[in-house]
Design a protein around this ligand. Structure first.
Ligand code: PEP
Ligand code: MG
Length: 561
């Protein structure tokens, strides 16, 4: 058994035999034909016809939108103009390989020049040309293989079309040697729920047929696993599948402690998906996402209609709306377009709203209107609140507009350290771990060069979360977490152990977090939090908590067996 590492996408686990994706074929040399034009023409015709037939067959099996794409490819392969171009080159003495390569490349350039729909088809020509070349050379065609049984696909990277067309009945998991967590492949894999590990550099050593366990949660690929490891992976996959398919229930720990699982949203149109995935409300509605490209502040009427649509989608559930969060990663020219040396430390969040109080007042007016017109339980909060005075300023103002639940985001160490005094004024706190990590670790969240510091598992960040959690418990006020950290199932447990009473995340993360919470009691979450706090760094905390969690008894098994 050996273990390879990469970046896991999602929380799934899968196992199966490796099938490698064939690499792109090198372009043929321009050499004269040794067999003569007639023979080359026949070779080319047969290869093209075989590829067209294969694409047509794949189209019929694929169905849906994939069928249309593949049928279009089959038609392009046999396009008579293209055929003439191939023949002309062969008549000039070329091999079938060179003629196909050169004719398809020329046709590609023509389509690209036309643009529009035809331009978009240009990339398909490369795929067809590669398939015809592979036929002519008698080698495997590049692209997603079809071995006729379920398999773990290993590739350097996938073209977007390959990922979109993946047959999820056949592809058990995906491992790529290239790409990172934000690569196109990773984004599509996340969207389609494919168990995937990207950037697994050593996966080049994986041979066809090797059995592997792909553990996206751990970011590992285990080759030649033992029977016991396969059994454990199988059990985990089954539990996860059951949890994802089960009708969503409210978030709760194994001992019954309720932890509300809420959605992070940027537009009302995303509400339906959140509701379908069992969101118990909205923990963070990022209002600035609605106006990122606007040069002028949105009107009260415009805002009111949008907020009404959002609130209506959630019935009588809780919806936490954040006031416009301008600055740094979320520029809003109408709130702050000044050049700042360090925009993350500048006039952003509540600071910029306060500098344009009319815009803040208009937003509160629109929210109060939407609140009056709907049944949802509207909570409002201000971003990047640093001081107790700012807390009092915002919550007093919100109440002036009749908004009954007013809180603050804790994203700056200063407000985390004084959380008890902040909570003396605010009705609730919501911890933004993305910014809290940025400000605790002094690492700009936009800068790749310091991305290594941007890890919410760092015990310094967790200690601050613990300060807010403890203050919430002392004052009896809710403390939510709405940064990306809440979407990591293991870290979610630690956050609960540190005192978080609700977690808000991208809707796609809800099922995995719900499952992780259901497996542990509050006492266990607290003990895992202690383990994390005792570590020296983020990696140490993550590994120690993973180890400690694995050693805990499984409540899931106790209740289901
Ligand atoms: C955060 O900072 O964690 C947060 C939730 O807000 P945003 O990511 O929008 O800054
Ligand atoms: Mg933030």
């Amino acid at each position: 058994m050996t273990e390879l590492r990469g970046v896991g996408i999602g929380q799934g686990v899968a196992q199966g035999p490796v099938v490698r994706m064939a690499e792109a074929l090198p372009a043929p040399e321009k050499t004269p034909s040794a067999v003569g034009a007639d023979a080359e023409r026949t070779r080319a015709r047969e290869a093209v016809a075989a590829v067209a037939a294969e694409l047509q067959q794949r189209a019929e099996t694929a169905g849906g939108s994939a069928q249309e794409v593949l049928e279009a490819q089959a038609m392009i392969a046999e396009d008579p103009t293209l055929q003439d171009e191939v023949d002309t080159r062969i008549d000039d003495g070329s091999t079938a390989e060179w003629a196909v390569h050169d004719a398809f490349a020329g046709f590609r350039a023509t389509l690209e020049a036309v643009g529009g729909y035809l331009g978009e088809r240009a990339a398909d020509l490369d795929d067809i040309a590669q398939r015809v070349l592979a036929r002519l050379r008698g080698v495997d065609a590049p692209g997603v293989p079809d071995p006729g049984h379920p398999f773990v696909l290993v590739a350097r990277d996938l073209a977007p079309a390959d990922t979109a067309l993946l047959n999820l009945e056949q592809v058990l998991a995906l491992i790529t040697t290239d790409g990172g967590p934000t690569s196109h492949t990773a984004i599509l894999a996340r969207e389609k729920g494919i168990v995937a590990i990207v950037g697994a550099v050593e996966a080049t050593t994986l041979a066809n047929g090797t059995t592997v366990i792909v553990d996206a949660a751990a970011g590992t690929v285990t080759t030649d696993p033992s029977a016991a490891q396969l059994e454990r992976a199988e059990a985990r996959a089954a539990a996860r599948a059951a949890a994802v398919d089960a009708p969503p229930s409210p978030g709760s720990l194994a001992d019954g402690t309720a932890i509300a699982l809420l959605a992070n949203l940027g537009k009302p149109a995303d509400a339906a998906e959140a509701v379908a995935r069992g969101a118990e409300g909205v923990g963070l509605f990022r209002t600035e996402f609605l106006f990122l490209s606007a040069s002028q502040a949105p009107t009260v009427a415009e805002q009111s209609a949008t907020y009404r649509e959002l609130l209506a989608a959630f019935g009588d559930k809780k919806v936490v709306v954040r006031m416009l969060d301008a600055g740094a990663d979320k520029p809003l020219a109408f709130l702050n377009d000044a050049h700042e040396e360090n925009p993350a430390l500048g006039l952003r969040g509540l600071r910029s709203l306060r500098a344009s109080e009319d815009i803040l007042r208009e937003q509160l007016t629109a929210l109060a209107e939407a609140d009056a017109a709907t049944n949802a339980d509207l909570w409002v909060m201000a971003p990047m609140v640093t001081t107790v005075e700012e807390t009092k300023y915002f919550t007093d103002l919100a109440r002036e507009y009749g908004l009954k639940t007013a809180g603050v985001m804790v994203e700056v160490p200063a407000s985390a350290l004084l959380a008890d005094r902040v909570l003396a004024h605010a009705d609730f706190a919501s911890i933004g771990t993305n910014d809290l990590t940025q400000y605790t670790m002094a690492a700009d969240r936009m800068l790749g060069s310091v991305a290594g510091f941007q890890d919410p598992w760092h015990p310094a960040v967790l200690r601050l979360v613990g300060e807010v959690g403890a203050a919430g418990a002392r004052t009896g006020k809710p403390v939510g977490v709405c940064g990306e950290a809440a979407a990591d199932p293991l870290l979610a447990l630690v956050l609960v152990g540190l005192g978080a009473t609700s977690l808000s995340m991208a809707p796609s993360a809800l099922a995995d977090v719900r499952l992780a919470l259901s497996e542990r009691t509050l006492d266990e979450a607290r003990s895992l939090a202690e383990v994390a706090l005792a570590a020296d760094d983020a990696a140490g905390a993550r590994n120690a908590v993973a180890e400690a969690a694995a050693a805990l008894p499984s409540h899931q098994k106790e209740t289901t067996s």
